[in-house]
Design a binder for this molecule. Sequence first.
Ligand code: ADP
Ligand code: MG
Length: 436
Amino acid sequence: MSADDPATEENIEVVRTLWEPHPAQKAIMEHPARFRVVAAGRRFGKSVMAAHLALEYALEHPNAVVWWVAPTYDQANSYGFDKIKPLASPDVLAEEPKRTKPRRFAFDNGSVISFRSAEREDSLRGPGIDFLVVDEAGSVPERAFTEELRPALSDTLGEAVIIGTPRGRNWFYRWFQRGKSPDHDDTVAFQAPTEANPHVPNSEIEDAKSDMSERRHRQEYGAEFIDDTGGVFEAVRDRVEEYDLPVDPDPSTAYAVGADLARFEDYTAIVVLDGDGRLVAFDRLQEVTWTRIQTRIEEFAERYAPAAVSIDATRDNKLVSDLEQSGVSVTPVNFTSKKEPMIENLVARLESDEITLSTDAPTLINELEVFEYETTSRGTVTYSAPSGFHDDAVDALALASHVLPRVRRVASKRGDDDENGRSGTSGNNSNGLKLR
Ligand SMILES: Nc1ncnc2c1ncn2[C@@H]1O[C@H](COP(=O)(O)OP(=O)(O)O)[C@@H](O)[C@H]1O
Ligand SMILES: [Mg+2]
């Protein structure tokens, strides 16, 4: 089959000349295998490459059925439809792009590209598919691919481009392995880091290291399939120094308090870090009343005059308001919904030596050492203690680490004022600051 209509020819020409694939994209785009499995880092240029492949296929093969499938319908629209729309000339379209669900381009040559989600409520059963794009394949459920999409390629001997950033060792990983295996001639696997895209500055890839773990960074930017489960804080021991707790308050720094409140039979854990990220106090209380917990946090607040107090307020907001009433300024955090990024952040801080722990907090160190991540088959990561262990101290440390940047700023301002012989706008330097 060929595209002999002049408008179609012209659109193919324009699309090819207006956009130049970078070398890693070119190798993938030119490969003849029926199934191309591409594990690539964030912003490698996966979606834009797949957009070109889908459009070119539709233009070059009259009456082709092309499907673009993403984990959610929004993703199919913003990474698929929105990227193809400016590339398809109105001269080759048989009708206005259809914007109702499922979105669709219908071409003069009879080809159709439609956009679907792999969400359970959206059936992917349909006609035979000639060309399939599965975008962000790591987050597409196995059922969608194995039971619905793969069979739709059988009668047509359709092609598929299965593309995404790795999300654990799920079906995407198995198809990736299939592509690497010499037993499957019809499948090829590519693996490419974000840096293979010359249009993404390396500084952006480096900067991302500051808020995610090294392991996560290898997955997101290095496109590595990391283990589904494992330890989170591998190198914690490196971050431990020998000194006693609690460390006396020092007015030339500032403090962050993190408190994870007891749920059910758990412990309440309280962590205090100074402006250098050094653990200065740690406490753990079990089966005590809310009043007792409140009093304990107030005691810490009085002692260290913290610049920020970060509290897990997922379940109980009364304690937060009670603390506020007694003059403690609290940053309530909905930890349950924020746990994943906050733990990632804590790992990044430990890995970049921004936090120092004390041998005098063995409970905290032990909790950190056993703490685990687990990747579900849908690619979602959860963090927790293995059964029989607690993670309140880890959570309290993550909460304190969360407000550390703010505390660091306050501390460095105090340090500056200290050096300049001033103690801030109040003019009050009678609080023990050393003057030079
Ligand atoms: N060949 C290319 N030429 C110019 N820019 C590109 C190219 N490939 C990708 N990009 C740019 O890189 C960025 C990431 O592309 P995108 O396809 O969204 O990545 P991914 O789907 O891998 O996250 C976008 O800004 C895109 O325009
Ligand atoms: Mg994309």
